[in-house]
Design a protein around this ligand. Structure first.
Ligand SMILES: C=C(O[C@@H]1C=C(C(=O)O)C=C[C@H]1O)C(=O)O
Length: 190
């Protein structure tokens, strides 16, 4: 049963993370195509941004403590160190999506992710034959991680997250779709 406030524009009432199907009534069809898709976002953005050039801008990659909700999504203790990666996915230097990925440190050995740099994590992930993607969850709240990395007045329209599994690695990927992307692709507000 979906509570009535989810169908109103009062997005501040939206719980932080919700199964994607429960968010559908609050989402326009064009946004649903983006938010509920389970294939590579890198590939989708590259296609939608053409003739613009897709580029990953690395904002931060480090070892640190995950947020509490991130640790819970990965099923690890909140004070366990993790690999953190924050990027802006840009078309012609304009960020369309910002993303933060989190993986338990002890699962990273031999995966070579430390040297990924500005190559897309998605391109690497979707080449793994044993890749399994967990259920998508959605939020209408803005990301807490970007700080002043976004230029001008870009705001988040929808956020989503899911856990990828590959070769003993669990990787939480959180992606926030920005107003800049909505404007460029003529998407409705939500
Ligand atoms: C999961 C994907 O990877 C994308 C690329 C990322 C990166 O390079 O860090 C991060 C999150 C995603 O937006 C994808 O393309 O679907």
């Amino acid at each position: 049963m979906i509570s009535p406030e989810l169908t109103t524009p009062a997005f501040s009432l939206f719980p932080h993370w919700l199964p994607v199907a429960a968010a559908q009534p609050a989402m326009s069809a064009p946004w649903w195509q983006w938010v509920a898709s389970t294939d590579s976002l890198t590939a989708r953005l590259t296609a939608a941004g053409t003739p613009g050039r897709f580029r990953v801008r690395l904002l931060r990659q480090c070892i640190g403590l995950p947020q509490r909700d991130e640790a819970m999504a990965l099923g690890i203790a909140p004070r366990r160190y993790a690999w953190l990666r924050e990027v802006a996915l840009c078309i012609d230097d304009t960020p369309w999506v910002v993303a933060r990925s989190v993986a338990p440190l002890h699962q990273l050995q031999g995966k070579g992710l430390g040297s990924l740099g500005e190559r897309s994590l998605g391109s690497w992930l979707f080449q793994q034959p044993d890749l399994v993607r967990g259920p998508l969850q959605v939020t209408a709240q803005p990301p807490r991680f970007v700080g002043d990395a976004l230029d001008g007045n870009a705001t988040s329209r929808w956020g989503r997250r899911s856990v990828f599994q590959h070769g003993g690695l669990s990787l939480l990927v959180q992606e926030y779709f920005l107003s800049t992307m909505a404007e460029a692709l003529n998407l409705p507000s939500h």
